[in-house]
Design a protein around this ligand. Structure first.
Ligand code: GLN
Length: 194
């Protein structure tokens, strides 16, 4: 199984290493044509405005939208969560706008630009070490979106069918359980297609 990591900007190498540790092949995706060769896509953390601009410039908006419409799993982390969201507070336009959530960018404020915590995530057996860096929060979810984790009553992990998002950076620790969860989502989506 091949999992692509969108390689326009951000934490690409770390996600590839985590995906390999989770038992799948990780490949950097630099051209939209490569989406035809992968089973699932990770959109990494970084800076969402920059990632969004580069996605528009290189034709990724249409290509990833099509990929998603085929039911292929997508995992957005941090900035990747922001680009998947239908609504971004204070901004007129979404980037991909595929997931029925609204997000608030840099929602933890300057005092807490980055921090780590152990999170209980629905579907994982052990608490996950979560690294938050200028992290967004999910401020609302539509019906059909399942909340998988909260931090101080705020939503930080969610899933809508084949779409998975986390506010934090799961690729920056040696805990690969959320990557494994995503790999299992891809396996199940194959079963569903057959
Ligand atoms: N603050 C960044 C943004 O708004 C996201 C930060 C991250 O991906 N670590 O795009």
């Amino acid at each position: 199984m091949k999992v692509g990591v969108l390689a326009l900007q951000g934490a690409v190498a770390e996600h590839i290493a985590s995906i390999q540790s989770a038992g799948a092949e990780g490949v950097p995706v630099k051209h939209p044509e490569q989406l035809g060769e992968i089973d699932g896509l990770i959109i990494p953390g970084g800076e969402s405005t920059t990632i969004g601009k580069l996605m528009r410039k290189y034709g990724f908006i249409e290509a990833i939208t099509e990929f998603s419409h085929q039911g292929k799993p997508i995992f957005g982390t941090c900035a990747g969560l922001i680009v998947l969201a239908k609504g971004i507070e204070g901004e007129e336009e979404a980037h991909l706008g595929l997931m029925d959530i609204t997000v608030s960018r840099n929602a933890f404020g300057r005092q807490r630009e980055s921090f780590e915590t152990d999170l209980e995530v629905k579907g994982l057996t052990e608490p996950l070490r979560a690294v938050f860096i200028r992290a967004p929060l999910i401020t609302s979810v539509a019906d059909g979106v399942e909340v998988l984790a909260t931090y101080r009553d705020e939503i930080v992990t969610a899933r809508q069918g084949h779409l998975l998002v986390s506010s934090f950076h799961p690729e920056l620790t040696e805990d690969y359980s959320l990557h494994k969860y995503f790999v299992e989502m891809i396996q199940r989506s194959h079963v569903a297609v057959k």
